[in-house]
Ligand binder design. Structure first.
Ligand SMILES: CC(C)(COP(=O)(O)O)[C@@H](O)C(=O)NCCC(=O)O
Ligand SMILES: [Mn+2]
Length: 908
């Protein structure tokens, strides 16, 4: 294998255009390696998707020690290259650093997965546990004059030697004395010796332009909400079609400006530029205003009035428009033109006005030249990036205005959320072995951790290591608000318990890491085991969220709901961890972190990309996990499972005494009634104080008369039972997206599954991979099914056929074991840890199970209402939920709380 320092040779073609020489770089892709070559049997068909994937030499890979143990060591005897985990873009004012850390995924060898591997032909369980494939990309910024902070950061995290994961596969690889890290930007030259001296590493310099383009291509391909327009303060994310991305114009506004026509991967041409750029703004601005920093200058512009400096059309035409040629009185006729006619000195003008005038002059000029170049090459899309923009709303608006103005609305200026990291990303991708460019949009998940001080990419204080440091930082964060710049005290803080946090208010900017940055970048999780759900009608048109939180009223409402739920959630979370002091402290930190997120999003709903309710609900679960609350509702789930299993035999008997038709209706009513057990709904939790689980279930069951608000039951019934003489054939396979534990799964969904099985339909129960509220997980389901199977022969045989009861000791009560054939009952994980589901990113085992499915049943408010209410499928789909929120009931079905939805949509 090539040493990391040797990038692919650029094939340079020089073309002539006028008198100018332009260089076209055509970076050839590396030759593909033969599929599965040199692979250990254990990973043969799961890890090696294509030759340009991250390559470890896995030949001879073996689990050392006990396969069942928690963190088994994986030996890679033939792995020889070092794989660097770090790349830098060292610019004049900022250092942008990207580093990779691997997922702490465990090798979980559960019975369910093993039997699924055989049945569905997936090997998810084993695939997940391998290194490098699962990992995270972190984005961090430092100020270049404080380069020592950057070096300390790298040293403390050992990024130059491969990271600190103690149980990592890397610990098996000997440290490399000649470590090389990739870097781009002028600082890669300027600071090369410093890196060698301080860290003992050599810098492999990558061409800046190559890196910019590679970074931009990757982002536009891989991040869903990367590009956005910004007009009159309104940010709108733009969905980029990967097949229709090229050509585009990339305008990089650094000190100077480069305009690059990008025609494909590694295919680009610098077509123009201008020397009037970010350096001009900062340099001139500094001389004229005496500002001490770029950000200060930008800040000033926000309070400026450029009419005091600029000569406007109205100034020339006595306050009138020059209508004949379409110029309004407020159009700038001449930037900085006003002093020409005024007998004033520099001191007579306000620095704020000067800064704004300068900003407009430069932004308009760049916007205009960019548009003219786009016109020259017939390009419709222009993406702007570079340090000049920095997510600064006014700058983006000004550039957008110019592009719109000059193109008469024909061209659109677009901006990139990760604009500051294009170069660093490109440098990172130039490590041949990372193969990032091979990842698809559905395999990347962006998360916004809070217990770390580098939200938005900017470091405040030292890097945080363990959980204790995260908590300390959260404690300090709330005390000091925006002022977090000092090192974090590592001594145990004074506050413990639940008392300290406040319900967040809608004002404040405590999460603003960068005074001028309106956008945050999260940590990018690379999860190659995720797939698009194959039964989605049109994945390109699919939008999981039903409620768009860009509507401020909606955002405010859900913000309040989630804030009010917080104290109760913290109570449950702390209790689930034994109520220890440590748990209390973590609970407190979790509440602070989540509240801070909510505040940030209230202030800037687009800060983390396009925001829907599902994202907020997922953020809450992520935040809990970040503070190591593994399963806050564990004991509640157990208690409710037991209570429900105790009444299951009676329910099954009752159902079996009914006619087919009555039974089907009773089953659907049962699912809807049992969906009331939802610990995420305020109204439902209040109900639980009024009776036992079974009492509430019965009450809910009694009220469950039709008509429901959305009621397609009759069409569904016809499809299942037929009408007249018609006897429809059963569905081949049904995917049941199950929701809550307890009555919901035991008395609602399992009896429905049993009915389908009895009719000859294979059933796949699709459950969460990770806990979320009281939702049942795929890990918990086999035991629940085993318990239920004790009371039901149909479930027992199907579970055995589905490999769920392989080793279970079943004591069958309603019949002796016989050998008659049964369709299987299976369990798959959905790949999520949230009450909602985004079907663009599901587990590969679910995607495999979906291949033969012709019926999808989505259950619950999260999966069928908040998300997927409007989703269309290639197969028949049934959406069942009780609406446990008054506002949602009004909005979605013009009904009331506790109304039910039974939506049936035959295959489209
Ligand atoms: C979190 C939930 C989506 C879970 O509902 P489920 O999917 O379990 O039916 C739901 O409880 C919810 O939207 N709760 C917040 C609204 C409220 O408390 O009224
Ligand atoms: Mn739920």
């Amino acid at each position: 294998m090539a040493a990391p320092s040797e990038g692919p040779d650029p094939e340079i073609i020089t073309i002539k255009e006028g008198s100018e020489k332009n260089v076209v770089y055509n970076l050839k892709e590396e030759g593909e390696k033969p599929e599965g070559s040199k692979m250990a049997p254990i990973a043969a068909n799961s890890i090696h998707r294509s030759g340009s994937r991250p390559q470890l030499d896995l030949s001879g890979a073996a689990i050392q020690g006990n396969f069942e143990e928690k963190d088994p060591t994986i030996l890679l005897p033939n792995q020889s290259d070092d794989i660097s985990h770090l790349a830098l873009d060292i610019g004049g004012s900022l250092i942008k650093l990207i580093y990779f850390s691997r997922h702490e995924d465990r090798l979980i060898d559960d019975k369910r997965k093993r039997s699924l591997q055989e049945r569905l032909g997936v090997s998810n369980g084993i695939r997940r546990s391998f290194p490098i494939l699962g990992g995270r990309l972190h984005f961090v910024k430092f100020e270049t004059p404080k380069i020592n902070e950057c070096l300390d950061f790298i040293a403390s995290k050992q990024l130059h030697t491969g990271g600190l994961d103690s149980h990592s596969w890397r610990s098996m690889i000997p440290a490399n004395d000649n470590a090389i890290i990739k870097a781009t930007g002028g600082g890669a030259y300027k600071f090369a010796d410093l890196f060698k001296e301080r860290l003992g590493v050599s810098i492999d310099k990558e061409d800046e332009m190559d890196c910019l383009v590679a970074g931009a291509n990757f982002l536009l391909k891989a991040i869903r909400h990367e590009a956005f327009t910004h007009l009159e303060g309104q940010k709108e994310f733009v969905q980029i079609d990967h097949n229709d991305l090229f050509p585009y114009l990339l305008v990089n506004i650094g000190s100077g400006v480069s305009m690059i026509k990008v025609d494909g991967e590694g295919k680009f041409q610098r077509v123009s530029g201008t020397n009037v750029g970010g350096g001009t703004y900062w340099g001139l601005g500094r001389l004229l205003t005496k500002c001490q920093s770029f950000d200060e200058l930008l800040e000033l512009s926000q309070r400026g009035d450029n009419r005091k400096i600029d000569m406007l059309v109205g100034d020339i035409y006595g306050g009138m428009d020059y209508a004949k040629i379409g110029l309004s009185a407020s159009t700038i006729a001449s930037s900085f033109g006003k002093p020409v006619a005024e007998n004033k000195e520099l001191e007579d003008y306000r620095p704020e006005d000067i800064s704004l005038s300068l900003l407009r002059m430069i932004s308009y000029n760049i916007g205009q030249i960019s548009y003219l170049n786009a016109l020259r090459f017939g390009i419709k899309r222009i993406f702007f990036g570079g340090f000049f923009i920095r997510g600064h709303a006014y700058t983006m608006d000004t550039i957008s205005f110019a592009v719109r103005f000059w193109s008469k609305g024909q061209a659109k200026a677009m901006f990139l959320r990760h604009e500051g990291f294009l170069g660093a990303l490109g440098a990172f991708m130039s490590y041949e072995k990372h193969g990032l460019d091979d990842l698809m949009v559905h395999q990347l998940v962006e998360r916004f951790p809070m217990g770390a001080p580098y939200i938005g990419g900017k470091i405040h204080g030292p890097p945080l290591g363990d959980l204790n440091e995260k908590i300390s930082w959260m404690e300090k964060f709330v005390q000091k608000g925006t002022e977090i710049i000092a090192p974090v005290p590592m001594a145990p803080p004074g506050t413990t318990g639940l008392g300290g946090f406040e319900v967040p208010s809608s004002k404040g900017d405590t999460l603003r890491s960068d005074a001028s940055a309106a956008l945050n970048v999260g940590v990018l999780h690379l999860v190659p085991t995720l797939d698009v759900f194959p039964l989605l009608g049109d994945p390109k048109m699919y939008e999981p969220n039903t409620i768009d939180l860009f509507d401020h009223g909606e955002l405010e409402y859900w913000f309040t709901v989630l804030s009010e739920h917080l104290p109760d959630l913290v109570d449950k979370a702390v209790a689930s961890e034994g109520g220890t002091d440590d748990a209390k402290r973590r609970g407190d930190a979790f509440a602070r972190a989540f509240s801070a997120h909510l505040r940030r999003l209230m202030e800037e709903p687009a800060a983390y990309g396009k925001l829907g309710l599902a994202n907020l609900l997922e953020l809450r679960e992520e935040c809990l996990r970040e503070f190591q609350f593994v399963d806050a509702y564990r004991s509640i789930k157990q208690r409710e499972n037991e209570a429900s299993l105790a009444v299951l035999p009676d329910l099954l008997m009752e159902l079996d005494s009914m006619s087919e038709e009555t039974r089907l209706l009773a089953l659907i009513e049962g699912v809807l009634a049992a969906n009331i057990f939802d610990w995420g709904s305020r109204a439902c939790v209040d109900l639980y104080h009024k009776g036992t689980i079974i009492e509430i279930y019965r009450m809910s069951r009694k009220k469950m008369q039709r008509p429901w608000r959305a009621n397609d039951f009759d069409i569904f019934k016809e499809r299942i039972l037929g009408s007249g003489d018609k006897n429809p054939s059963p569905h081949k396979r049904a995917l049941l997206f199950v929701d809550n534990s307890g009555a919901d799964i035991v008395l609602g969904m399992l009896p429905l599954a049993r009915e389908l099985l009895r009719r000859g339909t294979e059933v796949v129960l699709v459950a969460n991979s990770l806990p979320a509220l009281n939702d049942v997980t795929a890990m918990e389901l086999p035991d629940i099914v085993a318990e239920a199977a004790k009371h039901c022969d149909v479930l027992r045989k199907a579970a055995e056929a589905g490999g769920l009861l392989v080793d279970a000791m079943i004591n069958v009560q309603d019949g002796s074991k016989d050998d008659s054939h049964s369709v299987p009952l299976m369990v798959v994980e959905n790949g999520c840890g949230s009450p909602c589901i985004d079907l663009r990113q599901v587990s590969s085992e679910l995607a495999a199970a979906a291949k033969d499915a012709d019926l999808v049943i989505l259950e619950g408010m999260g999966r069928a209402l908040h998300t997927n209410f409007d989703a269309h499928f290639k197969c028949d789909a049934l959406k069942l939920a009780m609406v446990k929120n008054q506002r949602l009931a009004e909005k979605l079905i013009k009904g009331n709380i506790y109304d039910c939805v039974c939506r049936y949509e035959p295959a489209s």
